[in-house]
Design a protein around this ligand. Structure first.
Ligand code: AMP
Length: 190
């Protein structure tokens, strides 16, 4: 199994690059954001619980997120590995993921940090809003999401740096060129 975490602020290009990684390396994609949106769209009980939290641009409580993620990993049997997109977003989630994978005899092998400055993030999300229709792409909600990132999520980086797993990739520029750098990092770790 090869397990990869793709890490970066909202609008860093995690979703875009994840699609390319999946195609090339045949990993199962786990995006907790997509999963929450699916629950909301399907009006599930979980969807009802998290709807307002997503609309406000806040993080869903760890217990809910971790349970949902573990269920999804367990459901995907016989895969070559996973790409975790948008998870972990707190140190608590990162620790839970390590313990969970250890129980399955595997680990997080690589953390790709997409490095993008805040001005670029804002411009990209304004563009994405035109097609995504995501309420949380509104400027007021985006500010909250960026705050959450710098208050809670950024601490996940040193957690993985201490384990020597982080490769930093410049996330600004041509999508294909960025993917080239990502491929090099994966090939070196796989
Ligand atoms: P994303 O599509 O990854 O930007 O996620 C959209 C929203 O889903 C976030 O703003 C959070 O409200 C929620 N969410 C996604 N992943 C997580 C996570 N790992 N922990 C807590 N909340 C999450």
């Amino acid at each position: 199994m090869f397990n990869l975490v793709i890490f970066g602020p909202p609008g860093a290009g995690k979703g875009t690059q994840s699609e390319k990684i999946i195609e090339k390396y045949q990993l199962a994609h786990i995006s907790t954001g997509d999963m929450f949106r699916m629950h909301i769209q399907n009006d599930t009980e979980l969807g009802t619980r998290v709807k307002q939290i997503l609309a406000d641009g806040l993080l869903v409580p760890d217990s809910i997120t971790i349970d949902m993620l573990e269920e999804e990993v367990t459901r995907n049997k016989d895969v070559r590995g996973f790409i975790f997109d948008g998870f972990p977003r707190t140190v608590n989630q990162a620790e839970a993921l390590d313990a969970f994978l250890e129980g399955k005899g595997c680990k997080v092998d690589l953390v790709l940090q997409l490095d993008v400055d805040q001005q670029v993030i804002k411009e990209r999300i304004a563009e994405r809003k035109k097609i995504s229709g995501r309420a949380d792409d509104d400027e007021s909600k985006l500010v909250k999401r960026i705050d959450e990132y710098f208050e809670k999520t950024i601490h996940v980086l040193p957690y993985y740096q201490e384990q020597g797993k982080v490769v930093k990739i410049n996330g600004v520029g041509d999508i294909q060129a960025i993917f080239g750098m990502i491929s090099e990092a994966i090939d070196a770790a796989i």
